[in-house]
Design a protein around this ligand. Sequence first.
Ligand SMILES: [Fe+2]
Length: 301
Amino acid sequence: MPLAQHTMDSAPPFPEPGDRQAWRRWRDWKRAYLPLSMGDLLVEIGNPLNPTRSECRAVHDRLARWNMALFACNPHVFDKEALRALAGKFGLHRLDSNWLADDDGITSLTVREGGVRGEFIPYTNRAIRWHTDGYYNPMDRQIHALLLYCERSAAYGGVSGLFDHELAWLYLHEEDPTLTEALAQPDALTIPARYEDGRLARRDIVGPVFSRSPSGRLHMRYTMRGRNAHWKPDPDVQRARARLEALLASHPPGMVHGRLEAGMGLICRNVLHERTAFADAPGHERLLYRARYFDEIVAVS
Ligand SMILES: [Fe+2]
């Protein structure tokens, strides 16, 4: 079935709590077509500075169904400016210029030995477990869209896993609605304060795992890390956390894995993702650009 038949327009809205009819309609629609591989997500874009309408529609069709799309373009014509321009085509302008980002607000992810960056996993070659981006951000600065672009892949490894966070919600809700209710508690997950040289650099961040975005979509705030994440000591929350972890470990339908090669990128509504460890070699030093946005992705006309 061509994706074009399932456009943004036909996507049922994320169901309101207690609306069983809306839940069933949305669930059946989500379950009807799941991505089987990274290839299902992929759209080729000729000129990323000026993608055609049909290229944008193809990206949107994937975003509508799966909240994520991959794009592939000529690596010789793509750079950080192209990434910013592409984001703009999808209504994304307000970048989260976190303190480790480059001056232009886009982060260059590459292995950094020593220094403050080397203390953070994204700047190492170690595996990164399932998470959504910015889970440690204050609740009024949550990340709603994430773009990645691979300038250079590693010599070995660096395989990404992607999983639509709406599917995580769906599978848990289908198993037992109290699981998703527990993870919507406003104090379900706390990221403890961060100190630098004994001084407070960031306060405790307390918030839910599942919440609604300003436009009514599902937003997820999650890390599988055991350290630096405190889960509410409530039996329902603890059980839901364990079920979510088991779900992610079970490779459920709709979860895909693959490697971003040079010239490939991801545009998504901050879906769940992970990355395996990797090894660089001379000329094959993994370099990814990352842009995080406070804005939500909007439909192109
Ligand atoms: Fe991430």
